[in-house]
Design a protein around this ligand. Sequence first.
Ligand SMILES: Cc1cc2nc3c(=O)[nH]c(=O)nc-3n(C[C@H](O)[C@H](O)[C@H](O)COP(=O)(O)O)c2cc1C
Length: 363
Amino acid sequence: MEDGPINVADFERLAAEKLERGPLDYFAGGAGDEVTLRENAEAWGHWRLRPRVLSGVREVSTAAEVLGRPVELPVLVAPVAYQRMAHPEAEAGMARGAAAAGTVMCLSTLSNTRPADVAVAAPEGRHWFQLYAFKDEGVTRALVDEAVGSGFEAILLTVDAPPGGNRERDRRNRFTMPVELGTPGLTAATGGREALSIEEIFAQMNHSLTWADVGDLASECEVPVFVKGVLTPEDAELALEHAAAGVVVSNHGGRQLDRSLATAEALPEVADALAGRGTLLVDGGIRRGVDVATALALGAAAVLVGRPALWGLAAGGQEGVARVLELLREELELALALLGCTAPSQLSRAHVRRAPVASVYSV
Ligand SMILES: Cc1cc2nc3c(=O)[nH]c(=O)nc-3n(C[C@H](O)[C@H](O)[C@H](O)COP(=O)(O)O)c2cc1C
C-alpha cells in the first residue's frame, strides 16, 4: 500500500484535519445552496474520453505553452485570498510549490504577502497578478505597478466580484478574515499603515466596472490582461474587443452567483466563439488529470486550480503544493498516453464527447 496522499481528495481530507472550522468552511464553501460549487466538479464527468490506440506513443510530455512561454504542466495555481490562514508559509509557500512544479502562480489582490516578496521567495517561478479594481483608480494603478515592477507577467482582472457572494457557511460560523494577517500589498497601494478589514476592502472596491474600464486597463497595461469570471461567448467576445489577451472561464469556484453555469458546461461554447483568438483558460472543479485533459480537449490552453493547491498548502506548505501539482501532472501524463497523445497540444474535440445522459447522474 502507498503511504501518504495519492490524489487531490486525499489532500482535501488532510487539509480538513489541519484547519479549524471557520477557515476550512471559508476555503471549501460556496454561495447559496452550493449548486454551482458541486456542479463545477461533477460537470467534468459529463464528458467521456475517446482514446486513440496504437499510435505508437513512447515519450509523453505534459509541457505546454502559456502566453508564449513554457510551463511543465498546463495547470496553473488560481488566485486564492488569505493564504496565511491555510499555512504560515502562505503565498510564498504557494509560489515556491508552483515554481517547483514548473507552473505559474497567480497572486490574489487579497494576499497576505506582497507581490515583491513573492517574487523574492520564488525568483525562478512565473507569477501573474489577480486584480480587483478600486474606486480610487490610483489604488488600482499602484497594485498593478507593484506587480508588474516585481516581474509579474500578466494581470487577471476578476469581474465576477465584488460584491461578495452569499456564503452561508461563513455567516453561520460568524467567520470573518483575521485582520491581523494583513494584506500588505493593498495597504501599501492605499497609502495606509493599518491593515484593513475585509469589509473595508470590499467597500473600497469598484462595484460598477464596465467594459470601457477593461479597455482602458488593457491598453495602458504593459503586460497582457485577462478577464477572469466569464461564462458566456458574448462576454468572451467583448473581452477581446476590449483588448484583453484572453479570458478565464470561471464562476469563482462556485462562490459568487449560485446556479451559474458549471465551467465545463460554459467552456465549449466560449471556445467555439473565440475559435483560437486570445488565450482561453478555465477553472472550477478540476480535481483529476482527466479533468485537465477534458478541458484542454474542449479548447482551453491551460486550467487553473484553486482549492487543490490550497489543500496542498494547508497539508504541507510548499511541499504539499508541489506534491498536489505533481500528482495532477502524473495523472495528466497517464491520461495523455492512454488517449494516444504525446503532448497536451495534441488534444482536440475528437478526444471528447458528451456522456450518455443516464450516466451523468451516477458520476
Ligand atoms: C478560498 C478561496 C479564495 C479565493 N479568492 C479569490 C480571489 O481573491 N480572487 C479571485 O479572483 N478568485 C478567488 N478565488 C477563486 C479562484 O481563483 C478560482 O476561480 C476557483 O477557486 C476555482 O475553483 P476550484 O477551487 O474548484 O479549483 C478564490 C477561491 C477560493 C476557494
